[in-house]
Write a protein that binds this ligand. Structure first.
Ligand code: GLY
Length: 339
């Protein structure tokens, strides 16, 4: 009994120490907790928190959370997003629970909530991934509405603007930059807010179970058929309930190359904090691509471990992430970065 108490206390103090080190959350708070990418994560966390605070499952929280973003007209996720080069919005999404169950969809058109279709793939099929017309056919068979093929006003404007030059420069995809944005970056809204084309979310529920989700329109003005990291389990998203979870945003090709989210989780398994694991994984992106080419892109990871510790790292300045663990704590933090 005494020994068990001692072990509990010592593991708590180790967790508390790291939590204090990243200066983010008080050491008394461990779960439930939700973390998501970018400033759109604030609204998404709010939706996820409603599930978590009522003793709900992390899986439900990460689905409900990013559905709020897919619904939002102020974010380049979901059907309001920038289209591909042919002027068509195509969506990718993935979800993973505490038992290595996972589902994803890619190159999906005219469906408002790709994250929910990904969950149905996970729960109702023997497969992990459905793409294109097959994914759409499955969604419709599951009762999802086939929406009108029409660009949002912002996306239409951005597309017409892009068509003037029709430049294809896939290496330039800094989702948020100080100086402006390249042809593949999302447009700045009239409100002055930046759009981002991906939201990733990780949650730890009251039972101590982890889940994650990721949903995106991918790169604006991408080649038709292009699929990024977000629907690829192990690249855009990975959850191991023994260790932790990670999700990526930024240039998907460079996340896929190093199996980014799986790498973050495996580094946490080796004892690294979420922040250290994200940083080492970004270093691997640099090693794979070379530092000069890395200056043209953005790649970012967020991570959450089994103790409720959070962390993030980015290649470049400008990435932020949202953390929520109470009704009155849902805050945006600037990520550290390497370049
Ligand atoms: N990270 C989103 C994408 O590259 O599609």
């Amino acid at each position: 009994m005494q020994r068990r108490k001692f072990l509990q206390l010592s593991s708590l103090s180790v967790a508390s120490l790291s939590i204090k080190q990243n200066n983010l959350i008080p050491n008394t708070i461990k779960k439930p907790i939700v973390i998501s990418t970018w400033d759109a994560g604030i609204a998404a966390n709010k939706a996820a928190w409603q599930v978590l605070k009522n003793n709900g499952r992390a899986l439900d929280a990460v689905e409900q959370g990013v559905m709020a973003t897919e619904n939002s007209i102020n974010c380049c996720v979901g059907l309001g997003a920038n289209p591909d080069r042919e002027g068509i919005v195509t969506l990718d999404a993935s979800i993973m629970d505490e038992n290595y169950n996972c589902g994803s969809v890619a190159f999906l058109e005219r469906i408002k909530h790709p994250i929910s279709v990904a969950r149905r793939v996970m729960e109702k099929t023997p497969h992990v991934m459905l793409v294109g017309s097959g994914a759409q056919q499955f969604a419709v068979a599951e009762g999802f509405t086939l929406e009108e093929q029409k660009l949002s006003t912002d996306a239409q404007k951005a597309y017409e603007n892009w068509l003037k030059k029709s430049e294809y420069k896939p290496v330039i995809n800094i989702e948020r930059s100080e100086s402006g944005h390249g042809p593949f970056a999302p447009a700045k809204l009239e409100s002055g807010e930046w759009n981002h084309d991906t939201i990733g979310m990780l949650a730890l529920d009251n039972k101590g179970n982890l889940s994650g989700s990721c949903t995106t329109s991918g790169q604006g003005f991408k080649m038709r058929g292009r699929v990024g990291d977000s629907p690829i389990i192990g690249a855009g998203l990975f959850v191991d309930n023994e260790v932790g979870a990670a999700v990526a945003t930024g240039q998907g090709e460079d996340v896929i190359r190093i199996a980014g989210s799986h790498t973050v989780v495996e580094l946490m398994r080796q004892g690294l904090s979420p922040e250290e694991a994200c940083k080492k994984t970004i270093e691997r992106v640099i090693k794979a691509k070379g530092i000069e080419k890395c200056k043209q892109i953005q790649v970012c990871f967020i991570a959450l471990n089994k103790n409720g510790q959070v962390g993030a790292y980015a290649l470049q300045k400008g990435f932020n992430y949202s953390v929520c663990y109470a009704d009155d704590y849902n805050k945006l933090t600037n990520s550290k970065y390497i370049l």
